[in-house]
Ligand binder design. Structure first.
Ligand code: PMP
Length: 351
């Protein structure tokens, strides 16, 4: 979901952006008007996330998976090793891509999910005990498919690379704890295709593997994320989302609303016997609430009746089944309340 005021503004100015008489999609990305847009976008994301000055902000192609590859190619070199923490589907996919590009020998993995009585929880061992010289530690603080989120800060002796595709700007974080943060845009930032990379200066000097120029961080820095033609419309919408976030009072305020949304839904799920969540309370995602109907034969009627009530995109990922409600920044509290009312009515009808 994208913020409705942003979509409305985009609709209003689709054919005539910024008094140019043409769409933002039709002007040169090198025009002074578009450059002004990109400068404002960068200033706004720096402000929203409190990004220190020794970090670069890149607007790149290729979404989250593009960064699975870019991270490896930019940071590992021929000799380096990296450690990947695995807590669900997307961190596993990142491992698969890293091994494909660098080979098994350069990629170590560590499973950090413990399952007891069907409940998953995150257990991160003391990483300082691991005597290895890794170039970086990769992890995914919010596993979109599994509905698992890591709220604790990871203590790592190596630079941390975090895939924040599905929880960037959902709550405040201390950017200075990370070597690199990346996110596919399509959850909290804008349309798909774009990815945001926030990278600390010193990581740009790491030995690289041979790679496509458009994924090269150094080239992206040198060319202000315009080594080739960037996804201009996605960048424009991202810039509008940043303005919207600032108008909401910034990340701290949005985080309060996100807390209430998640609390409302989990409290209802926990309140009866009809639905269940299978994640330990400390690791329940605030962005992706996964839940199961105890009687799974009611899954199809649940989805059909939800759709008829105007509630869509609730089907869980095919790999895990069940249901998933994504409560990204643009989802208002009333959206969650509408879902809870529907779930109550459905449970009463089918109990
Ligand atoms: N990482 C995470 C955490 C995701 O949620 C997703 C997409 N759902 C991806 C990576 C992959 O993103 P993309 O489809 O933009 O490549």
């Amino acid at each position: 979901m994208l913020p409705q005021p942003v979509m409305q503004k985009a609709q209003e100015e689709l054919l005539d952006w910024n008094g140019q008489g043409v769409s933002v999609m039709e002007i040169s990305h090198r025009s002074k008007e578009f450059i002004a847009l990109t400068e404002q976008a960068e200033a706004d994301i720096r402000d929203l996330m409190n990004i220190p000055s020794n970090y670069h902000v890149l607007f790149m192609h290729g979404g989250g998976r593009g960064q699975f590859a870019a991270v490896v190619n930019n940071l590992l070199g021929e000799q380096g090793k990296a450690l990947y923490l695995v807590d669900g589907s997307w961190s596993s996919a990142a491992v698969e891509e890293a091994k494909k590009l660098a080979g098994d020998a350069q990629i170590d993995t560590l499973n950090i999910v413990e399952k007891t009585n069907g409940i998953s929880r995150i257990v991160v061992p003391d990483l300082n005990e691991i005597k290895q010289d890794y170039r970086y530690l990769h992890y995914c603080p919010n596993e979109t498919v599994d509905g698992i989120e890591i709220f604790e800060e990871i203590n790592s002796p190596w630079p941390i690379v975090a895939d924040m595709s599905s929880n960037i700007m959902s709550r405040e974080i201390d950017v200075s704890r990370y070597g690199l943060i990346y996110a596919g845009a399509q959850k909290n930032i804008g349309p798909s295709g774009l990815s945001i990379v926030i990278v600390r200066d010193d990581l740009l000097a790491y030995p690289q593997l041979t790679q496509a120029s458009i994924m090269d961080y150094r080239l992206a820095v040198k060319h202000d994320s315009m080594f080739n033609t960037p996804p201009t419309f996605a960048w424009y919408l991202a810039a509008e989302v940043f303005k919207w976030l600032k108008a909401q009072g910034g990340v701290a305020e949005v985080a309060k609303v996100n807390d209430r949304k998640a609390e409302t839904l989990y409290a209802y799920i926990d309140s009866g016997d009809f639905y269940e969540n299978r994640v330990a309370v400390a690791n329940r995602s605030k962005m992706n609430v996964t839940f199961y109907l105890k009687d799974e034969s009611l899954n199809e009627p649940f989805l059909a009746e939800a759709k008829a009530a105007g509630l869509v995109a609730l089907k869980g990922h095919r790999s895990v089944g069940g249901m998933r409600a994504s409560l990204y920044n643009a989802m208002p509290l009333v959206g969650v309340e509408a879902l809870v009312s529907f779930m109550k009515a459905f449970a009463e009808k089918h109990v």
